[in-house]
Design a protein around this ligand. Structure first.
Ligand code: SAH
Length: 211
């Protein structure tokens, strides 16, 4: 995927490797909870995601649903978002997120609640939601997408490559258009169960969905 830098309206340039270094130093989940599909986006992927979305991030109100320990929220703040709204159900993850923001000297607005209870509109949603693949988290991917569509006209989101057609159909059924900006190969934590053979890596599509 091509994003190497983002040119901010201020004229400053944020380089991918600078973002990666800052993001890779952040703390992840202390004790990941598989039923919430807790698993952090790697720093290099988070940097690429935000730079590919720079026109919808810089100077915008960006919402990160299922923000975890805040790596995508932090990436948006570092890339010049005007406000970042971070929504996360797990209070332990919110604590880590608070510390991560402090360590970078950035301000974020942390909402410790279920995504279903969050209703503040935004310009853009940028998220790595649960894949909805684990038994206890079944269909959470569509709960997150439906919430994102109700909050913002532009949504950037990661989904298992195997669900590409489903995500397109789901988006189009509510009047959104969908394009896949690229595909990442991710290491998966051992705590994730899959029905077929155990997987160590997984292919994940990066979607831009808009109306
Ligand atoms: N976005 C983060 C974390 C991804 S893991 C990152 O990219 O690193 C998915 C996150 O969604 C977890 O932190 C999990 O606790 C959170 N989550 C799962 N169900 C949720 C719900 N119903 N409401 C809010 N957050 C939820």
């Amino acid at each position: 995927m091509a994003a190497r830098s983002g040119v901010l309206a201020s004229g400053a340039i944020i380089k991918q490797n600078e973002l990666e270094i800052l993001l890779s130093g952040l703390s992840g989940f202390q004790k990941p909870r598989p039923e919430l599909e807790q698993w952090s986006t790697p720093g290099d992927v988070a940097a690429k995601m935000v730079l590919l979305a720079i026109g919808d991030v810089e100077g915008k109100i960006v919402c990160d649903l299922g923000a975890g320990t805040g790596i995508l929220s932090a990436a948006c703040a570092l890339a010049g978002a005007e406000r970042v709204l971070s929504v996360e159900a797990d209070s332990g993850a919110c604590e880590t997120m608070r510390r991560n923001f402090k360590s970078l000297g950035i301000s974020g607005e942390i909402h410790n609640c279920d995504v279903s209870d969050f209703c503040e509109p935004a310009d853009t949603v940028l998220m790595n939601p649960p894949f909805g693949a684990q038994r206890a988290a079944r269909h959470l991917d569509r709960v997150f997408l439906a919430k994102a569509f109700s909050l913002a006209p532009v949504v950037y989101s990661l989904h298992l490559a195997g669900t590409r057609n489903f995500i397109r159909g789901f988006s189009e059924s509510v009047g959104f258009r969908d394009s896949v900006l690229g595909t990442f190969r991710f290491p998966l934590p051992a705590s994730f169960e899959f029905h077929k053979k155990p997987r160590k890596t997984v292919e994940v599509d990066y979607h831009r969905i808009w109306r």
